[in-house]
Design a protein around this ligand. Structure first.
Ligand code: LMR
Length: 402
């Protein structure tokens, strides 16, 4: 290869979310607050190691298992238990075997695999994402060969759903378009569809013959572990064929283990078996088989009734703390003479502050409060010690508008 070709390479800009982590680390200010990346921090501002995970790891370590290659589709016990968690153990789609579930490299890996499958094997060439969406969604779909468009999602004030616009956008799509939907806890806005709105969306998706890819990275962080799976389960109950990506990064605190799953909901068990064989082939070519540790932890927790109960309680505690912080931010805003009702109206880890990109820059540069330039802050990074400071800092930025 010519040396000049290498010399001509231009560096890539930092990732808008993960790049903030490095900036934050380098910031010497004691008052800095990390509300950038979507990671759950506890009241002490620390990423907790969940006690059910710790116990599962103890048990796994005691077994001293050798580290053989994993099956291309991942650990079977993990796949079976995560499928039940996402769809419900008694869901007819689960019981009939019509869901092909495969362990993936986190939720990102599931999205990538799903998009690759749709493009290469279903002939899907168009994809649409919500405006706005998680930045990586667009890049993933494009990298898998799809042309990517956007569908209307939030209103002009950027604090509530633009449901009429959303429906009109879905109705205008060509059949066989992949529609990337956020199953719960919309990232970045925290604005979710109501159950009635999900039903209406499902009607249009079926009428238009669209292919949903439902991204559910935050099960348990919105309204509850079962409640957050409403859309996915309702789609399955309608007999729809679709794709879903799930992740254990947030709800098991296993960010660095890269453990997620792709679920392809098929018409019957025979087709699901064929789909599994295809997914295995894609995996074999891309990374051969997934790492084993994260999947083993999740399988261990979900297989043991007591550990699973402890896990559910820990997720409930995390969700309650986030809700608490939403309320605290709202109250702290009031104390500053600001209406932060976005904080209590939106769901999940994130909220949209309504600040412009330059205002988010100023928030970071002047006050050391790190949020994403698209206006997103991670509510799970707030705690009782920093929430008033964050409210004061956002208020100070807003006051400059006048
Ligand atoms: C986020 O949105 O902050 C997380 O999903 C982490 C990531 O990979 O961007």
């Amino acid at each position: 290869m010519l040396k000049s070709d290498f010399a001509a390479l231009a560096p890539m800009p930092d990732d808008p979310i993960l790049g903030l982590v490095d900036l934050y680390k380098k910031d010497p200010r004691d008052s800095k607050v990390n509300l950038g990346v979507g990671v759950y921090l506890n009241e002490e501002g620390k990423l907790p190691l969940m006690s059910c995970v710790e116990e599962a790891e103890r048990r796994i370590a005691a077994r001293r298992e050798p580290r053989n290659y994993m099956p291309m589709s991942g650990l079977p016990q993990y796949c079976a238990s995560i499928q039940k968690l996402v769809f419900g153990a008694e869901n007819p789609a689960v019981l009939s075997g019509r869901i092909a579930t495969i362990q993936t490299l986190g939720g990102t890996g599931a999205l990538q695999l799903g998009a690759a499958f749709a493009h290469q094997f279903l002939g899907v060439n168009q994809g649409v994402v919500s405006d706005p969406t998680w930045g990586n969604h667009i890049a993933i779909l494009k990298a898998d060969g799809l042309e990517v468009g956007k569908y209307a999602y939030i209103n002009e004030a950027r604090n509530a759903i633009n449901f009429e616009g959303f429906k009109a956008a879905l109705k205008a799509l060509a059949p066989k378009t992949l529609v990337l939907l956020h199953g719960c806890c919309h990232n970045p806005t925290g604005v979710d569809l109501s159950r009635e709105q999900w039903e209406e969306a499902a009607d249009i998706i079926q009428e238009r013959d669209l292919l949903p890819l439902v991204d559910m990275a935050y099960q348990g962080f919105g309204q509850g572990i079962e409640e957050d799976a409403y859309a996915i389960r309702m789609f399955a109950d309608r007999g729809m064929t679709f794709l879903a990506a799930s992740s254990c990064s947030k709800n098991f605190g296993l960010y660095g283990e890269r453990v997620g799953a792709l679920h392809v909901i098929c018409e019957n068990a025979q087709i699901a078996a064929t789909v599994t064989s295809i997914l295995k082939r894609i995996v074999r070519q891309e990374y051969s088989n997934p790492p084993c540790h994260g999947g083993k932890i999740v399988a261990e927790v979900l297989a043991d009734a007591e550990l699973q109960k402890a896990w559910r309680e820990e997720v409930d505690v995390m969700r309650a703390r986030i809700l608490d912080m939403r309320q605290s931010l709202f109250e702290a805003g009031k104390a500053e003479g600001q209406d932060f009702s976005f904080a209590v109206e939106q769901k999940g880890m994130f909220s949209f502050t309504g600040l412009a990109p330059e205002e988010m820059d100023a928030l970071r540069e002047e006050y050391g409060v790190y949020g994403v330039r698209n206006s997103r802050i991670c509510i799970a990074g707030l705690n009782s010690k920093n929430v008033a400071y964050v409210a004061r800092s956002i208020a100070a930025i807003l006051k400059k508008r006048a």
